[in-house]
Design a protein around this ligand. Structure first.
Ligand SMILES: [Zn+2]
Length: 396
């Protein structure tokens, strides 16, 4: 990690553990090859009528209509009788409720994820029903568009309501006014968010996620002090909670969800879980379509990206591929079409990204001594860190 990110290193020192070695260069886009827009007729996913409000395609108009009920139901029995909630809980709920009452016009994403700004962005609260913002991350990196923040809050609330026990941990979104942000290639225009997977300990109890990489069995380690073996904690993916969050995010975000960057094996676990719980087929297909493993493996978190909202398109919001046929249709129904970013000087942009981010090799070098299991895990990780070419329509 460079001097640019030294404050983060100082927070946990060596205890930042494997998260220190791995979760450093999120959203560097230069190695992601986006697929061009493809005619709807060649796509296997069920076509959705513009404005459809089925499970896979909630309308934007529904964004805040049920917000009060949603927040109330997410906090469990205390909110519906019995012991009154504590003042802290009440104020957190009030904050979340006020946030969910905002409409999309409150914020504007200007420019593109890798070169843009944010106007009127809203902060994800530091804590709310079923989520926290990671206090190891800069508190300023909590800002996003209304659409993005709403979808995260609603996804977390769905988990809190149905599978309570541990909060979702959210890492960086964008800075209050957007623009370049340390350790990220994108996250500039309020439409990107890094979200940690829910995890369990070896006994199956929920554990607050610290963002460690998960192997092809869905297992990983919180190595804590890297030279010390005795403090290691084994963790494994909590697929039910992670899927439930993703489902809630997709339900809330609808056509606005463009990408979920995620390592292939965690994607597979989540698809299997979605099948196990008989999640709506349209949502499973949507998840399958929007997920992709980029050059940085995203085995320790997922990166969610939203399209420009219809409100923002006319204000200078720019998208990049892929543009899905269902997104084009949804915009067409509103008399709009996506506006794509054109990068005049790609080499200069890549240079800037390199300066803000840290490669795995650099991070590893700076992490210092580590015991044998850490070294073995990192060596194994090279196998799944290579960007695969799964041959899917939108993930090439
Ligand atoms: Zn990211």
């Amino acid at each position: 990690m460079s001097g640019r990110s030294a404050p983060t290193a100082g927070l946990r020192g060596a205890a930042l553990g494997l998260a220190f070695v791995t979760a450093l260069a999120c959203g560097g886009q230069k190695r992601i090859t986006g697929a061009p827009a493809t005619p709807a007729s060649t796509h296997a996913a069920p076509a959705q009528a513009p404005g459809a409000t089925g499970p896979g395609a909630p309308s934007r108009a529904s964004a805040s209509t049920d917000s009060t009920a949603l927040v109330a139901s997410a906090v469990g029995p205390a909110a519906s009788g019995g012991t009154p909630p504590s003042p802290a809980t009440t104020s957190r709920l009030d904050e979340t409720r006020a946030l969910l009452a905002l409409t999309g016009t409150h914020s504007a994403s200007l420019g593109a994820p890798g070169g843009g700004t944010l106007r009127g962005g809203i902060a994800l609260p530091r804590a709310g029903p079923g989520f926290i913002h990671n206090d190891k991350r800069p508190p300023d990196a909590r800002y996003g568009t209304v659409e993005l923040v709403h979808a995260i809050v609603k996804g977390a609330a769905a988990v809190e309501r149905e599978l309570p026990g541990i909060p979702l941990v959210v890492n960086d979104l964008s800075l209050p006014a957007g623009g370049p942000i340390a350790q990220h290639g994108s996250h500039q225009s309020g439409r990107d968010a890094d979200i940690l997977f829910y995890v369990l300990d070896s006994a199956g109890a929920p554990l607050r996620s610290v963002g460690v990489p998960l192997d092809p069995e869905g297992k990983g380690w919180d190595f804590k002090e890297l030279p010390v073996a005795e403090d290691d904690i084994a963790v494994k993916l909590d697929a039910p909670r992670t899927w439930r969050f993703v489902q809630g995010l997709l339900e809330a975000g609808g056509e606005d969800v463009q990408r979920i960057f995620i390592v292939e094996h965690v994607r597979a676990f989540l698809l299997a879980e979605a099948e196990r719980v008989r999640a709506p087929a349209a949502l499973r297909q949507r998840f399958a379509d929007v997920t992709c493993q980029p050059g940085t493996p995203h085995d320790d978190h997922m990166h969610v990206r939203f399209f420009c909202s219809p409100d923002d398109i006319g204000q200078g919001c720019l998208d990049k591929p892929p543009i899905y046929p269902w997104h084009t249709l949804a915009l067409q129904a509103l008399g709009l079409q996506p506006v794509l970013e054109r990068v005049a000087n790609r080499a200069a942009r890549e240079q800037q990204v390199d300066e803000r981010t840290t490669s795995r090799a650099e991070a590893r070098k700076r992490a210092g001594p580590m015991h044998a299991t850490v070294r073995r895990f990192l060596a194994l990780r090279e196998q799944w860190a290579k960007q695969p070419r799964p041959g899917r329509l939108y993930c090439k």
